[in-house]
Design a protein around this ligand. Sequence first.
Ligand code: ADP
Length: 606
Amino acid sequence: MMSATSSHLEALEALYKALTFLEKQTLPVPTRAALNNAKRQLQNLRNALESPPQPGTDRLAALYRVSQSLGASLKLDEVLTQVMDSVIQLTGAERGFLMLLDRQSGELSLRAARNIQQENLQQEDMKVSHTVIQSVIQSGEGVVTTNAQSDPRFAGQESVVFYALRSVMCAPLKARGRVIGVIYVDNRAQSGIFGEEDLNLLNAFAGQAAIAIENAQLYTQTDRALAARVAELETLSRVDQDLNAQLDLERVVELTRQWALRGTQARNCWIILLNDEDELRFAPAQPPALPEDIVSFLTTPRASADLLHLPAREDHPALCLATLVHNRQTVGGILIAGEKNIEPAARQFLKRLADRAAAAVQNARLYQAVEAANEAKSQFVSIVTHELRIPLTSIKGYTDLIRQGVVGPITEQQTEFLNVIANNVERMSRLISDLSDISRIERGKLRLEPSHFSLPERVEETINSLRHKLEEKGQTISTELDTSLPQVYADPNRVVQVLTNLISNAWKYTPEGGRILVRAYPLDGKVQVEVQDNGIGISEEDQKKLFTQFFRSESPAVREQTGWGLGLNVTRKLVEIMGGEIGFQSELGKGSTFWFTLPVEPAPST
Ligand code: ADP
């Protein structure tokens, strides 16, 4: 260490006095600020000369102190700056640099550069001896030179000559036996600043600093990995929401493709769908270069999602395939292409995406199959009902002619038999008409002819058409139709059909002598219609199945009546397509009330 002579101190004192004298003069503001600054620097210099850094125990104590405080932070940049300031403070160097080695590339990068005023240095101040640094990295040993200009080890080196380097000291940062970087300090103007003792100190300090740096690096890596994982989980939860909301196969495929592109930053993505015959379908189109490996990987049976990564080659870019496996069945794959090899993080994302997409693809496929089966069923019903209607019409026509005696006299027994035929033809034609209504509604082919009309007239018309049957059973039917009832907006013929179904049920499922009441009143901007009976009622268990196709109660009172269990299903569908709702209250043994609503105005077009 340079020692302060009394002549140095005297010169400083004289300068300080001169500045103090000048300060008393009237001066422009910038000059006064410069004066103040100069005085402060002189004071620092005087302090440094009067009490230079102490060798031995004092410096060890200082080393201990800074080493202790090093472990306090886990932020890498904070740790690095702290290391450099401590080094300069301990060694009395003019400038200090800290460089870290990149583990993968082996490149050295400057991470902290500080001067004695604890200021950051700029890149242009990086005039350091690369020879010294390289020799430290290679040997793992520290280096000190009192005067690089005359040191035979470095004197000829370009950087030493060019930057006029003199006192240089460099120590390796070693953590767990591995050099992770170097600390380099120097003083360009003066020689003889550092000695072996300083190097020992720097080595000891570098050992501590390396551990603190590595801890901070590990922490940063873990922190980053955690943040990346959290971000990925957020993305995947959005993927789940998106995919679960879709049953349309084309949409599921396109959403998966978009998410794959977004989540992996790949250049291109294709979704491949595989059917039971191992035929491939590509979206958006077959990729131009499809290596055979991809196809064989995809068609090899596997129990769960798997990844295939093909590095870029002359005939194809880097490719990564994640298979879509659902319930041990491969339903397809997600294929991405990138310029360079696909990063491990992107591959992992692709696999997780594939796990989610597999279920969505399979669900959408099943849904498509169900839709197709439904469509086929509706078509079948529509054809059959059409074909049955023609022969039934002729059976009905000829039976009526014979019954009327048009083709000759008939006996009483023949009349009886002909009545049985007519009743069964009537049953058949009701079934055909219900089935064809259901199939038309399901295929969206039922055409309504809605208009404004007065409901009471239609209620009366319906009752009149059924009056004969009601009287036969000794049942009374009455109405309570609100006088202020507004006109409804619906298809009048379909409203009569609904009323007929409900009043017929009341008639069928109410014993002889029972009472039926039809009520209608305005409610919440609509008209509510109720058909009430005091008949057999419906058990709670049966109530859950009401309105489903072909449901009929097992109770003998129901089974002795004819019916197909389609009337309520058709009724509900008709009410709903006319913009109303339907419901009921019932108690076993006491009776039932079926109600429905009808709009008074057309629904606003959306
Ligand atoms: P169907 O009358 O041809 O059996 P519906 O679809 O009209 O078919 O009715 C389904 C079932 O609901 C009936 O079989 C019966 O069990 C029950 N049900 C319907 N209306 C009534 C009612 N008013 N009272 C008691 N049970 C009824």
